[in-house]
Design a protein. Structure first.
Length: 273
């Protein structure tokens, strides 16, 4: 059995299928880990979501900000953006089953030496604490009154963690860190407006994974979200968003030996024909 972690799909179904063919993926034998943002902005979010759901135990995913945006839009607490490509899901006959399944997915996944989260972890959080905080959000999203939870998740404040946070503010900081963060101050204050590459980070901030005082982790964190960062691998980080939806490539890494597999954006290739 091989485990492959794959970067942000964002509805790029054709690219995903090409990548699975390249790695000779066998659902009866292998496993896929998806870093979140499986839907939105790409050409076929509905097919992508259906495929991931129907893959059952062969796929493990964590929720990204675009996945949460779909859930909030479906619940009527978020406005659709002009760049959204979510309407086919919202109009699908199996919409309710798809959204129910998505709402029950993880925010963080840990298995042995690896922790998978969409965006990142705040510098003060140990893995054990982060796992517990993720569980708090997962539990809230699965409640019968989940619409009430969704209505209070949006917002940039508070932008830093405090153990004394409670209620909606507590859940919001957890979600923002795990699904939206790219950079923060050494003290863990997050900046959500920055989307550029590492050379353009504003003064006073640095990539969340480079904070010097970051809690020592004996795991490798697998993430996506930051397409301008691109593929970045070191001893305790695997960042996999290589911008497929922006015309770049879709990336998989085989965790056993860290071999990289990539396919170019299928949508861009189609336009070139």
């Amino acid at each position: 059995m091989a485990i492959y972690a794959i970067g942000d799909l964002q509805g790029c179904y054709s690219s995903l299928q090409q990548l699975l063919e390249l790695i000779n993926f066998d659902a009866a034998r292998d496993r896929l880990w998806l870093v979140g943002d499986i839907v939105n902005r790409g050409p076929d979010s509905l097919a992508t979501l259906r495929f991931v759901k129907e893959s059952g135990n062969a796929v493990t995913m964590v929720l990204g900000n675009h996945d949460l945006h779909l859930l909030m839009a479906a619940a009527g607490v978020a406005k659709m953006r002009t760049s959204d490509t979510l309407q086919p899901i919202l109009s699908a006959p199996d919409r309710n089953d798809l959204l129910f399944w998505l709402r029950h997915q993880k925010l963080l996944h840990q298995d042995g030496e690896y922790v998978m989260v969409h965006a990142g972890l705040l510098p003060d959080w140990s893995v054990a604490q982060a796992a517990q905080l993720a569980h708090e959000v997962e539990k809230a999203l699965r409640k019968e009154n989940f619409q009430k939870v969704f209505s209070r998740l949006y917002g940039d404040k508070p932008n830093c963690w405090n153990d004394n946070l409670t209620g909606n503010e507590r859940l919001r900081v957890i979600v923002n860190a795990m699904t939206r963060m790219r950079i923060c101050t050494p003290e863990g204050k997050m900046n959500f407006s920055f989307k550029g590459d590492a050379q353009a980070i504003p003064d006073g901030y640095l990539p969340w994974f480079e904070v010097p005082t970051r809690a020592r982790q004996k795991v490798t964190i697998i993430c996506g979200h930051w397409s301008a960062l691109g593929l970045k691998i070191n001893h305790n980080l695997i960042a996999l968003d290589t911008g497929c939806v922006w015309g770049e490539s879709l990336t998989a890494i085989r965790l056993d030996d860290r071999k990289i597999f990539q396919v170019p954006c299928a949508q861009l290739k189609a336009k070139a024909r």
